[in-house]
Design a protein around this ligand. Structure first.
Ligand SMILES: [Zn+2]
Length: 248
């Protein structure tokens, strides 16, 4: 196969031997790729800081004989978030989000939506790093949605009536459906009308707007939606993903 060129975001990079690095990269056209960057740890390497986590790059690589690791030949920085990622709480949250992406976006399965999600979330974080907990929740909602693990939150999974109109709210049942208060009662994990509406708004709103709006909501809905997303994510993965940002 010849050279492939694509926009991409570095998710992780680790040292390999004396002079090289292995980078795990979310690309816009090729899904997640893992590649070797020869000489990336040398002082005068052409890669410079381009393989630092959460840097946006124009990536060039090639692969030999469908091996798991591709060879990175170029990584030109298009946007650096170095200053943003120096904030510990932001970096821990981004690492958590990267972990989720690696769980849910399979290797070499092109799905530009994961790339676009992370890109807009990085932009939103750069504008308002203090809303990191909300941007993390937004990512969880959308990653579950893109991977097909977010149940329909607009209609009752049992009677199909619209959800969120009754003051009793709804419930997430063990079959991972949202059901109206009447159908679910008393089964499942209760979710208030406010938290349900917050979840539905995330599916229609850019991350910056949603985080800004949600950060002004009451603490109860915030912790409710956090708990709900954690349950859905853990059920989808089948185990708990660590580390998780303490306030996410
Ligand atoms: Zn119902």
């Amino acid at each position: 196969m010849g050279l492939i060129e694509t926009d991409a975001i570095i998710l992780r990079s680790i040292k390999l031997g004396e002079a090289d690095k292995i980078a795990t990269i979310l690309t816009s056209q090729e899904g997640v790729v893992r590649g070797v960057a020869r000489g990336a740890r040398r002082l005068k390497s052409k890669f410079g800081a381009s393989l630092e986590p959460f840097t946006l790059i124009r990536l060039t690589f090639f692969e030999k004989d469908a091996r798991e690791l591709v060879t990175i030949t170029g990584a030109e920085i298009t946007k650096s978030y170095f200053d943003l990622t120096r904030d510990d709480s932001v970096f821990v949250t981004l690492e958590y989000v990267a972990g989720l992406i690696l769980e849910f976006a399979p290797l070499r399965a092109p799905d530009e939506r994961f790339y676009r999600l992370l890109k807009v979330c990085l932009e939103a974080l750069a504008k308002s790093p203090c809303e990191v907990a909300w941007v993390s929740k937004y990512c969880e909602v959308w990653i579950l949605k893109l991977a097909g693990f977010l149940p329909d939150s607009t209609k009752c999974g049992s009677c199909r009536r619209p959800l969120g109109r009754e003051p009793g709210g709804a419930a997430l049942t063990s079959g991972s459906n949202f059901e109206c208060y009447e159908c679910a009662n008393p089964r499942g994990i209760a979710i208030s009308q406010e938290a349900l509406s917050m979840l539905n708004t995330a599916l229609k709103t850019p991350p910056g707007t949603w985080s800004h709006h949600s950060a002004r909501k009451d603490f109860k809905s915030a912790s409710e939606i956090g708990k709900l997303l954690r349950i859905l994510t853990d059920r989808a993965i089948g185990r708990e993903l660590l580390p998780r940002s303490s306030n996410a």
